[in-house]
Design a protein around this ligand. Sequence first.
Ligand code: BMA
Length: 312
Amino acid sequence: MEQSILHPFRRYRRNPILSRKDVPYACNTVFNAAAVRFEGRYLLVLRIEDLSGRSHLTKAWSDDGYNFKVEEHPWITPAEDAEYGVYEAYGVEDPRITRIEDAYYITYTAFGPYGPRVAIGRTCDFKTFERLALATEVDNKDAVLFPEKIDGKYMLIDRPGGFGGQRGDIWLQESFDMVHWGRARVLLSAEPGWGGSKLGISTPPIRTEKGWLAFYHGVRRTPSGNLYRLGCLLLDLQNPARVIGYTPHFIFGPEEIYERTGDVPNVIFPCGLILEEDGMLKMYYGAADTHIALAEGRLQEILALCSACSGK
Ligand code: BMA
């Protein structure tokens, strides 16, 4: 197969779209942003690492999906209350947004002295933010919610493990109330190769005629550090525990200088995905834990790649 078919995303020519010079207050880096369309505009919820090395979340708005203006002040900062405070003491990281009915749910990594765990909060207006749950114990991150209930239950994909060189696989859990999660099952496991060290889901699933489409990252440990690349996964619409397709090869990876160099080199880390009416996907990704970049690809081409490898 030709390279262009195997690698369906095209980088935006003015990448990176956001760097720390675009943030109106002092910080170290801006990366790993959730994306959503809200009231006719594009919204990114950015992970910003401050000068102490801890992260918070700040909004950035755009009319065209390419040129973003970052707000003057942080939006979601680590909680200080009795329930969440200790678990967010080292920062809030890597948000993903899923709209379910009229509310927008944000899954993020709560990072504290015991390790990372998955937290879920909700907003309807992108002004107020209500924390709903610390959905998992440590060590867990890379969580996304499905945009609708399936069989009467909310569905969450997460990634337990994967720390200190341990293997990390992609799992599915379900809940009746968004607070208590269980019935955990493995969806996709790390196998020797480009994602041999660990996997994690990258973007919230979107409903397509072929199944739920979600992108995932695969990590390969190399003598010069971790290498983060991207694959995609197709899940059965009625039974999302059933993998009906995935790309056994990676479809996007670090190549450009802003992906190859930075605080953590050789990382592309998408958290945001927007499907346009003409079938183009806009994928917003962190580059080298230092910038935010954008790449675009056709939904139909990506679905065809996913279907090329069926079953687990
Ligand atoms: C992961 C997460 C991401 C980060 C990536 C590369 O474990 O912490 O936020 O982009 O590592 O450093």
